[in-house]
Design a protein around this ligand. Structure first.
Ligand SMILES: [Zn+2]
Length: 122
């Protein structure tokens, strides 16, 4: 776990993993950060804090998706080489795993982005 530039639990804020998992507002910690699976809400419904305007690095989010996809493809090829499972196993395993991994990565990335921007402006 890299503790880089995002201060965890600074100023009573939730930790970043927790924030990303539950979509917690950086201001009031209510679960209002996301309005879609990986879509930052424009404003917090509870405290009115501007959320989307603190989001940075939309292009990096695209790059992150590509990196996650590349890792999953590599893993799928390795699994295929190793176990040679029937094709339907790949479909059953990788479809939900891909959606889950991409959403998790995007939520974490976007939560970090908003929290950093929020910290910088408060
Ligand atoms: Zn709030």
């Amino acid at each position: 776990m890299g503790r880089s530039t995002v201060p965890e639990n600074a100023k009573g804020q939730p930790g970043l993993l927790q924030a990303a998992l539950f979509g917690m507002c950086p201001h009031c910690a209510d679960r209002t950060l996301f309005e879609g699976p990986a879509q930052i809400a424009a404003k917090c419904n509870a405290c009115g804090a501007e959320l989307a305007k603190h989001e940075r690095g939309a292009r990096l989010a695209g790059l992150l998706t590509i990196i996650v996809a590349a890792l999953l493809i590599t893993a799928a090829m390795a699994l295929d080489e190793w176990l040679r499972p029937p094709l339907w196993v790949h479909a059953v395993v990788w479809a939900p795993l891909t959606v889950g991994a991409v959403l998790a990565a995007l939520r974490l990335f976007k939560a970090a982005s908003v929290y950093r921007g929020f910290d910088a402006s408060n």
